[in-house]
Design a protein. Structure first.
Length: 263
């Protein structure tokens, strides 16, 4: 024979499983990663004590200003994140919470991911070199370019690599710097035909660029909205789709001529 439970007793008993679920979520590892603005590097300068861009087979020019490649830092695939830390990151403008499998392919180890990122970086460097030399009409059989960016991996520095090569070899095409002496940052993949692609994490990259003094940011056109979400009003956002377009926009921007697009 069962005793009848009061309403308050029933509510209390129902609350027990809920409290248990909350407690479990608070202490159980969750399948998310947290990203934040990473370091930036001037591709016209050095990284790790070595020039980021080295050219042989053609004369180079002294450059002014900066072309800063930007990065984000994400918790590793083996990191253990709990509810408290994720909630803290969720409400911060300088953090992004993402499903772990959207950042790292499921099942990959830290070593495998590092190798994958380095392979992507190598492919990006090759494409950036070919795109820049093709734009300049240089013979890739005679002009050799070596690119290195320390331990940074992935393809998102492709556009900045290409612009750096163009600036070192030709500048603005009229004896001046492509940068106009400014600190310019940007991101975007590039293929060997000079087409710029989206990269992800743009809102965090804009923050990194602003932190390190950039006043202009080149962003893949498809990611303008993400860039605007975190860019200060003082930063000029220039949407780009091709290397040729980026060079033209930078040249027009420094001269104050032409119709330079903005996000």
């Amino acid at each position: 024979m069962f005793n009848r439970l009061s309403r308050h007793t029933r509510l209390a008993l129902c609350a027990v499983p809920f409290v248990g679920l909350v407690a479990t979520a608070a202490f159980a590892p969750l399948p998310f990663a947290v990203a934040q603005p990473g370091p930036t590097t001037n591709v016209l300068g050095e990284a790790g004590g070595k020039p980021v861009i080295e050219v042989s087979g053609a004369p180079t020019r002294d450059t002014g200003g900066q072309l800063r490649a930007v990065t984000i830092l994400a918790t590793g695939p083996d990191a253990t994140l709990h509810l408290g830390g994720l909630l803290d990151a969720w409400f911060r403008d300088d953090r992004a919470v993402m499903p772990k499998d959207s950042v790292y392919p499921q099942g990959d180890t830290t070593k495998e991911i590092e190798q994958h990122n380095q392979q992507e970086m190598k492919g990006s460097q090759d494409a950036a070199t070919e795109a820049a030399l093709d734009y300049l009409g240089e013979d890739s059989g005679k002009v050799k370019v070596s690119l290195q960016l320390g331990d940074v991996g992935g393809p998102s520095a492709g556009l900045l690599f290409s612009l750096g090569i163009v600036d070192l070899l030709d500048g603005d095409g009229a004896g001046g710097d492509l940068t106009g002496g400014k600190s310019i940052a940007g991101t975007g993949t590039i293929d060997d035909g000079g087409r710029v692609g989206a990269v992800g994490g743009v809102s965090l990259k804009v923050q990194a660029a602003h932190r390190d003094g950039a006043t202009v940011f080149l962003v893949p056109k498809a990611e303008c909205r993400d860039a605007k979400a975190s860019a200060p009003k003082s930063m000029r956002l220039i949407p780009v789709t091709t290397l040729k377009g980026a060079v033209t926009d930078l040249t027009d921007f420094k001269k104050g001529s032409g119709s330079v697009p903005k996000c």
